[in-house]
Write a protein that binds this ligand. Structure first.
Ligand code: BG6
Length: 469
């Protein structure tokens, strides 16, 4: 039976706003989600979430008991620098000291992300990633964290999923500032995030700390629904926009001519052009050879058809199957593939898309040093029946994706770890608390944890380094 390499990390992931709660404790300042999810129409918020701020010793003990040797956590920028700029909050730093030490005491390596969707509110109101000043504020925050935790944290992630951030903010509109169909803004903000990443990598390397630094992208494969030229073009354009633009920036250190041709056409559709300032390309070039790893978040792939109708997007945020719509004028429309099952939130379950993506990065960007699958998992409405949770569909999903990783490793790809989203049930940004992903069920009334069937299964997988069928 196939085995994962000896040093392979079997971990699980969390993110500060989705897990910590305690939004008014320890001198934390607000991030933009605090404001957004307190609007009257909001069905939920992260005020308490999974109470990780207080429960982390429980979660780390469970992680250890269930065979995990890695955890993704993120540091809330506004816990450390409440306003985003200005004063550093010692209480915030002290919390992350305790959290990191607890990870290490439990033999669970912390992989730490600096930006997981949660820009401090004041910087958000100044334009967030559309404002170039955000770049230097972010680099300062990174430097504060490297100085304080760099002796114990050996794997750092600059930014989690730039594409999801800008797609949510400017295309789908379900993230603040809730702008829809503005592909040009999304591209411009992504470019700034790439410069921020490059400067963070440079800062880390200059500090000569003993560890690794990288970035995480959501990388979902895009396939044409038919072999027609128009459908192939739709898949290609969405791929360039969502995947290739940033892979080029991070791993090639430049935007290739082919990538720029698509990007410029998309900018022209909105009567604008991409602003690249003097020195930007040098930053990208410098960082591209210094990244230590690429984190790949993968949940689904998409099937595309050509689309010339008006842009229309409906986000399925309730789990009512079959309600998603995603069509962008002049780009393409995501359509269902009758051969591919979907989750209740309409996410196509297509493990081959993960193998394809890992192999593609390996071939197209041969200077990547290592990849980690930093998120993968299945949103599911876990039912608590007689005090236990049988989440067999989630186990099947994970097994298929672990096999997809083994397929890629067999083709020569360097993959060093797998982090399940999520460690315990957490808040889902645009869905709330009924879209559960955790290995550990959370009773959001009592904050009690209950290992699901998938947790017991994962322990076996990690122990044997094999996919248990
Ligand atoms: C990733 C994010 O995009 O997907 C996580 O990094 C997120 O923060 C996860 O929770 C699952 O998405 P969702 O919308 O189902 O919660």
């Amino acid at each position: 039976m196939r085995q994962f390499p000896k040093e392979f990390i079997f971990g699980a992931a969390t993110a500060a706003y989705q897990a910590e709660g305690a939004v008014n404790e320890g001198g934390r300042g607000p991030c933009y989600w605090d404001e957004f999810l307190h609007r009257s129409e909001s069905r939920f918020n992260g005020d308490v979430a999974s109470d990780f701020y207080h429960q982390y010793p429980v979660d780390l003990k469970l992680s250890n008991e269930y065979g995990l040797n890695g955890i993704r956590i993120s540091i809330a920028w506004s816990r450390v620098i409440p306003n985003g700029t200005g004063e550093v909050n010692e209480e915030g730093l002290a919390f992350y000291d305790r959290l990191i030490d607890e990870c290490l005491a439990n033999g669970v390596e912390p992989v730490v992300t600096l930006h997981h969707f949660d820009t401090p509110l004041s910087l958000f109101h100044q334009g967030d990633w559309l404002n170039r000043d955000n770049i230097d504020h972010f680099v300062r925050f990174a430097e504060v964290c490297f100085k304080r935790f760099g002796d114990r944290v050996k794997k750092w992630v600059s930014i989690n999923e730039p594409w999801s951030v800008v797609a949510g903010q400017y295309i789908i509109g379900h993230f603040p500032p809730n702008i829809r169909y503005d592909v040009a803004k999304a591209i411009q903000a992504m470019h700034h995030m790439m410069i921020a990443h490059a400067k963070v990598v440079d800062t880390y390397k200059r500090m000569e700390l003993d560890g690794e630094v990288g970035i995480i992208h959501i990388l979902e494969s895009k396939y044409p629904i038919t072999e027609s030229e128009e459908d192939r073009e739709a898949a290609y354009v969405e791929d360039v926009l969502a995947n290739q633009f940033m892979l080029d920036a991070c791993l090639k250190g430049t935007y290739t001519t082919e990538t720029l041709a698509v990007i410029e056409r998309l900018m022209t559709l909105q009567q604008t052009t991409l602003v690249i300032e003097e020195g930007d390309m040098e930053w990208l070039e410098l960082a591209s050879s210094q990244n230590d790893f690429l984190g790949v978040n993968y949940y689904a792939s998409h099937f595309l058809a050509a689309y010339e109708g008006e842009s229309g997007i409906h986000h399925n945020g309730t789990g009512e199957k079959g309600t998603s719509v995603f069509g962008l004028k002049g780009i393409g429309k995501r359509v269902s593939n009758p051969d591919v099952p979907t989750t209740d939130w309409d996410w196509p379950i297509y493990p081959a898309g993960l193998t394809d993506m890992l192999v593609r990065v390996h071939r197209q960007y041969p200077n990547y040093k290592a990849m980690y699958v930093t998120e993968n998992g299945m949103g599911y409405k876990d039912d608590l029946i007689d005090g236990s949770i049988d989440d067999t569909p989630r186990i099947d999903y994970i097994a298929q994706h672990l096999n997809a990783i083994l397929d890629a490793i067999e083709q020569g790809v360097t993959v060093r770890g797998y982090f399940l989203w999520s460690l315990m049930d957490v808040l889902s940004w645009t869905n709330g608390f009924n879209k559960r992903y955790g290995l550990f069920y959370v009773d959001f009334e009592t904050q009690e944890r209950l290992p699901k069937k998938s947790a017991r299964w994962m322990r076996e997988v990690a122990n044997r380094r094999q996919v248990i069928q």
